[in-house]
Design a protein around this ligand. Sequence first.
Ligand code: KG4
Ligand code: ZN
Length: 356
Amino acid sequence: MTTYTWKQKVYNKRQHDVESGAPLRILGIETSCDETSAAVVENGRIIRSNIISSQIDSHKRFGGVVPEVASRHHVENITLIIEEALREAECTLDDIHGIAVTYGPGLVGALLVGVAAAKAISFARGIPLIGVHHIAGHIYANRFMEEFQFPLLALVVSGGHTELVYMTEHGTFEKIGETRDDAVGEAYDKVARSLHLPYPGGPHIDRLAQIGEGTVPLPRAWLEGTYDFSFSGLKSAVLNALNKANMKGETISPENLAASFQASVIEVLVEKTFRLIAERPVKQLLVAGGVAANKGLRQALTERAEKEGVSLVIPPLTLCTDNAAMIGAAGTIEYQKGNLADLSLNGVPGLSLFSR
Ligand code: KG4
Ligand code: ZN
């Protein structure tokens, strides 16, 4: 009997699966922050299952994600979540062509749980292993809605990232602009905290903004001549407005402050995105990351895209925040390109989307 090394088994399996003509099924795994998630994605665009276990309730009382608590929850849940994802997709590991896992950026202890689980299954079953960048995943959540048309522009707005990313083909990403300080989601969460709203604060600010009026004058950071962003000045202006009111014994309506903050964020994001579209060929505008769930932003982008005849794609709310289906979708591309990882794959907290 021939004994094969893991590398040979993976090579043979990929060869066999590609030739078999069977639907390409990727198991996605995501544990970079406070969601434990596993999903089965078919041919890069069909979600067979997408199980998400949120730990938000465990972190809420601390006002943010506690890394050790996150890792512990991931360890407790990961096996069950993977089993459930396979069960709901009505398949077994025999039907899986590749295992795609987020290996950065994120909390190192949290990333390691997903990476270790993916490596263990890959090693035991000789299934190809694929390392996925978390933000590539957020961008590829859009592919469940519409097929990509290149060149395209992705506005990435998440808890840790704010970027304008240009793509001329699958799996390659060019950074056109980025935040110089806080990410949009981070600014939302900090402003929410100053208003004593629960973590994560983005959805609460969004909700208040819908009923408030933008009566508080707040700055807009244009950083003219660049496609970069800055949100820390805006965040400080909100805190100053609150402090000043406190010192004078006055109260600012949280609804109006939320509406004013949100108006400033949205105006800059939308305006800079469309300025770039006027300068470069763009067939499609994608929106990616947790803040893509923001009602005000979705509405403003939709109106502007209609006015300018730009094809806009925004994932539904469940696919905007962290989930493994998006990791499966981005992993499908890497699998098709033959960009497989080996068992030295490790969690990389500061992984860049652009240096590969
Ligand atoms: O994409 P994500 O899960 O985080 C990273 O990958 O970094 O996004 C989480 C962020 C949090 O900052 C959260 O407050 C924000 O997305 N968020 C929102 C909304 N829903 C989630 N921000 C504004 N409006 C929302 N509706
Ligand atoms: Zn995310």
